[in-house]
Each structure stands twice: as C-alpha cells, then as structure tokens.
Design a protein around this ligand. Sequence first.
Ligand code: WTA
Length: 635
Amino acid sequence: MSNYHIKQFEEYFQVYRKSVRNPEQFWEEIAEEHFTWKKRWSNVLSYDFKKAEFKWFEDAKLNITENCIDRHLHTRGDKTALLFEPNNPNDEAEHITYKQLHERVCKFANVLKDKGIKKGDVVCIYLPMIPELAISVLACARIGAIHSVIFAGFSSTAVSSRVNDCNAKMVITSDGSYRGSKTIDLKGIVDEALNDTPGIESVLVVNRINSGVYMKEDRDVWIQPLLDDASAVCNAEIMDAEDPLFILYTSGSTGKPKGMVHTIGGYMVYTAYTFKNVFQYREDDIYWCTADIGWITGHSYIVYGPLANGATSVMFEGVPSYPDYGRFWDIVEKHKISQFYTAPTAIRALAKQGAEFVEKYDLSSLKVLGSVGEPINEEAWHWYDENVGKKKSPIVDTWWQTETGGIMITPIPFSTPTKPTYATLPFIGVQPALMDESGKELKGNQVEGRLCIKFPWPSMARTIWGNHQRYKDTYFSAYDNMYFTGDGALRDEVGYYRITGRVDDVIIVSGHNLGTAPIEDAINEHPAVSESAIVGFPHDVKGNALYGYVTLKDVGESRNHDNLRMEINQLITDRIGPIAKLDKIQFTEALPKTRSGKIMRRILRKIAANEVDQLGDTSTLLNPEVVQSIIDNVK
Ligand code: WTA
C-alpha cells in the first residue's frame, strides 16, 4: 500500500514506525512511486555525522521543475498553479495555469541562458511577492542555476554582503514594490548594494510600479522585452540529486549570515510529502501560505511542495493591514481558501484589532489552519481556533527551520489530536531527541532539554555555502551523532513536543530570526558608541522585541539621547533592514561582565523582561555594581 497520503492517526503510527525502522527502504518507496526521475539512485542514503556529510538518492538524475510543472501538464494543464493576489484589492487577481507557468518558466529560463547564466552559477533574486519571483526561482532550477532569494525587506548592505558571499553573477529585481499604501524603491536599494560587488555581470529588472528607474548601461536590462522574444521551449537541465538547488541565508548567533545550501532530490521528496500530509491537500483545494518567498517557508510551502503535488498555491503581494485589517479574511472568502498557513505574529496583530474584521467574511471554505515561525502562545492559538477556524478546522503548529528544509514536528490534521502551544509529534521519518547540557539524552516523557535530531532526513541542509567547517561546528559539534537545532523543547506526558524557544543568541522577532551579533556590530559603528548588547524581551504582537543596552564612549555625552536612539536605529536599518530596529535603547555606564570579559546576557534579559527579582547570583561578575545601576536607570 502506498504510504504517500496518511489519513488516520493509527496509520500515522504504522507509517512512522516503518520510516524509522528502515528509513532507506521507506524513503526509496516514496521517492520511486511519486516522482519523476531520469535515472535511479545507486544508494538511498549515506551519511557521516562526524564529517557532517549527508547524501540522499546518490547518483539519481532529475530536474525538479519537471516534477513541479511538466508532469502535471497532461492531467492538470488548465488548473491554476499560482494564484496571484495583488497588493491593491481592486486590481484583478491573476490565475496562472500549469500550462502558462510552464511557458513562462521556459521563457524566463531562456532569458537567463542568453544572459550567460549556466548550470552551477548563482543568481540572487530580490523581488516582491509577484509571479516573477516564483517564476524566476523555477527558471533557475530549470537550467541548473542556484537561486539565492534575498527577502525584499533587507537593506542594501545586507544585499551586498549576500551577493558577495555567494559569488552571484546576476541579480533579478524590480523597479519597485507595493506594500500597502507605500511603494518601495527596490532598484535604488540594489544600485546601492551593487557598488561593491565585482562578481555581478547583469541585473534583470521587472517593471512592477512603472517608476522609470535609473538603468546602468551594460548591466541593467528590463526583462519584459527579452521575455517577449524568448522561445517557450527550454529542455530541463539534467541534474544530480545532490546538486545544489538553492542558497538561503539565515541568521547565526555570531558574525555574518549563513548561506544554507539545499540540494535537489531529498528536498523535493520531503517538501512534497510533508505538504501533502500536513495540509491534507486534495485536488480542488486552494492553498494559501502568507509567508514571503524570501524565507524558507515560501520556498518549501509556496513554491516547491505545493507545485510538486499539482496544487493551486496563492501568492499575496500585500500586507494584512491594507486596505484594512480584514484583508486576509477578504482573500480567504474571495478565493475560497481551503488551507491557510501563517505566523503567530500575524495572528496576534489581527487578534488585537478585534473580531469584527473576521466576522464580516465567509470563512466556511477553510479546512486546515497552519502556524509557523515561532512558538504560538495559548491566547493566539485559541483566537485562531475560535475566530478563524470556528473550532472546526484543526490547527497544525508546524516546527521546522531554514536548515531542516521541511516541516519536522507537526500534527497531521484530522488525525493527531491537537493541543494548544504544542507542535505535537515528529513527522514521518523524523527522530527527535532531547538532550541535557552534559550531553546526555533525556529519555522518557515529561522532560525538557535541547532539541536535536538523531537521524538524517532527506531535506536537511547539506552545508553552509563556502564554509563547511561552520556548518559542522554549528550543528554537529554540540552532541555526537546528531543535529542540534538551537531550540529548547519539552516532551509532555504523552510524548507531545512543545518548542520553548531559542537557546542561542538568535532572537525571533515577528517570526524573523535575528542574530544579536550583526545588530551589535551595526550599533558599534556609531562614533559615540563604545559597546552594546542586544537581548529579546516579550512583546504582545511581535513575540519578542529587541532591547539594546548601549554604553557611550564619552560618559558625559551631552547629545540628546533621543537623537542618539534615532541614529542608532537608522544605522541598523541601513545595515540590516527595518525588521532589526530596537524597541528600547538604554544607555548604561557599563555592561555586566564575567571575569573572563563576556557580557552576561542572562542578567540583561531578566532586566529587559522586568524580572529583576530573578537575577540569581551576580556576585561572580567582574562588576556586580553595574547591575544595580542599570536597574535604577530603568526606573
Ligand atoms: C522557530 C522557519 C516554535 C524555532 C520555518 C526555529 C518555531 C526557528 C516554530 C526557525 C513553531 C519555527 N513553534 N518555534 N511551530 N516554527 N520556530 O529558519 O526557533 O526562519 O529554530 O524557519 O523558528 O526559523 P526559520
């Protein structure tokens, strides 16, 4: 019997047991029965945790776009593949069928080839949520180029460091973007970013807002005329299952962002299989994930996973608050959305506006609700369940990461009984472990520790672009023979998992991972700043907000502190993007440090969270007196 579509809780356990008893045989069956390969693998899996080397479906040949597009042409050619809902609700939605998607991807791929892009080249994509974003991603995959999508909210400095880190040859962007009532000058940001990127040969520009931007001679070209002239025939490049598909940057606890590399075969199999089961997708469903394709959620669950299943996947250009806070529900009603997948921060922001915005709309098409990106608090879970799901649509709280490629811990809707704030059980093939700080595995139930995964799964990232050592050190050195997630978790009395949050220096703000180090680096560039430390503190909409403790070079700095705060936030916006701005900035005489000179963030976190009665022992500090002065200063 095929294990591709799991429909019952009993079946989940059976399939799960099979998947962990004999993972190779299990994944081989799934891969064989549900995907198109040009050549079979010689070996399903080989791995070495010590070297951090993992290979799935070795020597197999395929092209992921044939699996996501071509193979549906006979059965679903006229079905909508991508349903584009523009920023302005009065503009018409665009239905792109599988046939049209095929044609547009082939044309785009031919333009890339004409511009000199070859198999193995890296192309950076800096686009808003318009169809060209998904199409350019697929066009790269069609010809074997490696895409690296950069979220279009990142600043020029962030763009330029990513472009240089991955040695990209081309950037694809647009003249600008619409975001609610605002327009954003994307091309201007790219121009600034490309002042110091020697590898870039060309920039393709999509006309989205008709803004007549500056075009640099011999570098920038409008894409539309090239597409008009391009052939609609483009044979898919035959790729190896372990060739890179994309690079996607994620924040680390230290230094520069990590370019996580995902490879083709395993990623395809796992994202498709999880999509089918976690959302219980049926042929006529309209599926909507509100994420941006600039993040992993968009890669795996707007583009690749849904299209590999022949689904209709919605792309929304705008924001939940425009023209008002009912926009999401307006779209659900208008397109009769069946599965709706969003982030807790969006749920909290909408809940704050009251239920009137939801009640106006007919949400009866909804079957499954999803949550991703950060722990969902109890209040938000119930609001989502009651007001959006009317207590009849199961909520799938899906835990996973850029690094894991696909959903790892999740209920299977209509099968797994849900429990508020719990991601519940491991997905098929996933073997979680909770570890204590001494490196011992915590067996049994009712334990809390650090979340690891003790067996490879097909969509795990294979390396960090250009820095395999960092990949090994970050994920495989904390514990022997397992992958360390950076998250803490607990297992309850029945074996359900609840993710408690990051245990490293990554802070999740509005669902975006932010490393403290790059923000501190940006602040320290300010000429008046001597040192800084960033911590997270609880925020009712964003989940966490950022609190910065800043010491100034000249203690008697006479300048207005409010001006300094603005300048600091401007620097952060310039270096990283507005998502990393600080909510609170406190100027302090010094930062609490250990005797070896390390900043004691634990104490700063407690002060930021207003839990000064729980500071613990501060006597081992180099400068314990600083703590009291910071507390007094807050008051
Ligand atoms: C957090 C997003 C609790 C977690 C797909 C993880 C979650 C980080 C959940 C990865 C969830 C994601 N419950 N926490 N359901 N989903 N996280 O790389 O800390 O942007 O390590 O991938 O988000 O974020 P990333």
